[in-house]
Design a protein around this ligand. Sequence first.
Ligand code: NAD
Ligand code: MLT
Length: 523
Amino acid sequence: MRVLVSDKIAKEGIEILRSELEVDVKTDLSPEQLKEIIKDYDALVVRSQTKVTRDLIEASNLKVIGRAGVGVDNIDVEAATLKGILVVNAPEGNTIAACEHTFALMFALARKIPQAVSSLKGGRWERNKFTGVQLSGKTLGIVGLGRIGKEVAKRATSLGMNVVGYDPYISAENVENLNVKLADLEEVLAVSDFLTFHVPLTKNTRHMVGEEQFRIMKDGVYLINCARGGIIDEKALYDALLSGKVAGCALDVFEKEPPEGSPLLSLDNVIATPHLGASTAEAQIVVAEEVARDILRALKGEMVKNPVNMVSIRSEEYSFILPYIKLAEKMGCLYTQLKNGRLLEVEMTYGGRLANMDVKLITTAGIKGLLSHILQSPANLINAPIIARDRGIKITERKIREDGDAPGTVTMKVRTDRETGTISGCVFEKDNPRITGIDDYKIDLIPEGYVLITNHRDKPGIVGKVGTILGENQINIASMQLGRRSYRGDALMALSVDEEIPEEVLKELKAIEDIKKVLFVKL
Ligand code: NAD
Ligand code: MLT
């Protein structure tokens, strides 16, 4: 397995990668050079400089893309997802660094530190020119109260600032202990003396501050953007700085980086740093190590800690859920080999302890299994939900909570345009998965290897005839399960066998009187 590291990351991360993989560090490649070599790599590690475009992704054979940092706006995650490429990031390692940089900028802005330093170094002693403003007693508006926004809020109150915040995706309980007054964006813009932004750059947040929003703000407001360029419309910001509406602005990030020729940099009331929010020695080591460990996990097919385009599992539920992920995939795989028709609807029902857990990844694994014998390039846990959506397959989850202490049970009910069927499963003890039902037949099948399934009439002699034919053809039976609807009614037999059953033997089995259906599946 080969990894390309195309932006500079801490050596501690590279060492982790090198402990198990072949690693090339090639920074400052042009998009063309990167595209030329990308097909030779299984993993790509970037910071914010490399643009991982759809074009690059399509030219690649990547299995995983790692972002040493939090923002993934430089990666076309949708294109990666469609191609089944896992994207991982390191979201927590630089939270404090970005928060502290926000305050570094806020203090510098309030006290005109960069301008004063440069004046003094230029040989001047201009004490009156650099009178600043106090932070204590001022209102700080925080837009985006995620990891960084919350840390900023904590520190701002201890500086004596009043904090108002806008984040439509969090609840009041989420910021309960932070002394933050939640308000809508207009109110936050209207009451703040300082405004700081901590949202991701998305379709909704691009230019969320423009001409109209500047009009709402107080005259002489100060702005800090240590999140992403593009959140504030730079053209409107320039006008607001020129008119004095905005007294000063501190930028760590720009719509185009580096911001060559940006008129903002010519203004005295703009201070700026070259995207340094995460640049502390401590943060860079943590994010490089975090992303490197996830790259190793991903390439070994293990669950990763920080997936961006796959549902994650809570660490305390990880070992319980993992065998169900494997089971659900086998259930889907069995279903597609047993039944016919175009998949229309899948209902996953969870009982026992699973009913109280986040089971999305189990559902995704079931869908992956269902699609496994249908597609040219197999679905994976990343792209299965998208493929299902694009094929118009309706997916629902149900939870039965009465038996919360029982081991988890999973039932997959599938409707195709020709029939409806169910497969049920359970994991006994530790990591001992079983298929416990096919339609209304109760069985106890280990979902592994070669399985012969017959539908026949429950009468003496059938099992013997099947065993004889298999024996005559040197096919060893490992285990046998029988389920029946009623005495002498319809029955189902599931035989685990050690060898693949050739087509002519299956024909012989199908010819047995009272056998209605013979299916041979691989799990
Ligand atoms: P996070 O995901 O923990 O928090 C983002 C918050 O923004 C979430 O709470 C979300 O609900 C909120 N949000 C999303 N859309 C919103 C909208 N339209 N309006 C208001 N709130 C909205 O992310 P984080 O780790 O706190 O990072 C925040 C930002 O900082 C990201 O853009 C990240 O890329 C950037 N960042 C920059 C640097 C740097 O070097 N300058 C370093 C680290 C992070
Ligand atoms: C991030 O999103 O983590 C920051 O942009 C940090 C960085 O990688 O520079």
